[in-house]
Ligand binder design. Structure first.
Ligand code: CO
Length: 213
């Protein structure tokens, strides 16, 4: 079985050699530190590879991915990534990036049972229910899924801003912008949903944390 993966190890060597040919010190520089300016929160979907989409090299993008790019306040993994990125790496931008045709989002719109993942996708089902009026006149299934993909990004963008991690950075006067983007698998293009948030004044009062520290 193991020999079948040899091709991946070989590809890795070719890749590392190509980078070292361009910049002989690339890896030795990176081994000393990382100072990415961006945190990417995206979907685990294999067709949405964070670094490649935005053409960034190792060291330039801090990445967290899960099914359907969900930011949950009880998810220790996502919150730890967020805390480390904001407080230690001091990223300037957080990009919450969804994608059209997301299988996780589509599954959350169905009444079928998928198992454990239903608990995770329940967060998206709640968004679907809250916005059910927006779906009333859309009959095309693809359009319905894509609308919920966008609404999901906006909700996860809000969830990111509602954390004490992001709010503490703003209170300290740090420049930090949280963006909502969506990616199209069909043409490889990103779209900014135009909903970026960069300060406490854009947060509903109910979600403001007065003394996050
Ligand atoms: Co997806």
């Amino acid at each position: 079985m193991a020999d079948k993966l040899d091709i991946l190890i070989e590809s890795n060597r070719t890749w590392a050699e190509a980078i070292s040919r361009k910049d002989p010190y690339f890896f030795s520089k990176l081994s000393n530190q990382q100072s990415p300016q961006y945190l990417w929160i995206g979907c685990s979907d294999s067709r949405v590879p964070a670094n490649q989409i935005v053409d960034l090299l190792p060291g330039e993008l801090f990445v967290h991915r899960n099914v359907a790019n969900i930011v949950l306040h009880t998810d220790l993994n996502c919150q730890s990534v967020l805390q480390y990125a904001v407080e230690v790496l001091k990223v300037r931008h957080i990009i919450v990036c969804g994608h059209y045709g997301c299988g996780g989002v589509a599954a959350a719109m169905q009444n079928r049972e998928y198992g454990l993942i239903d608990y995770w996708l329940r967060n998206i089902r709640d968004i679907y229910y809250r916005h059910s009026a927006d779906f009333e006149h859309i009959t095309d299934d693809e359009q319905r899924v894509n609308l919920l993909c966008e609404l999901n990004v906006l909700q996860q963008l809000a969830n990111t801003c509602h954390t004490n991690i992001v709010q503490a950075a703003w209170i300290k006067g740090r420049e930090l912008t949280v963006h909502g983007w969506i990616y199209s698998i069909k043409d490889g293009l990103l779209k900014d949903l135009g909903a970026s948030i960069d300060g406490m004044d854009q947060i509903p009062n109910e979600y403001r944390i007065e003394s996050p520290d």
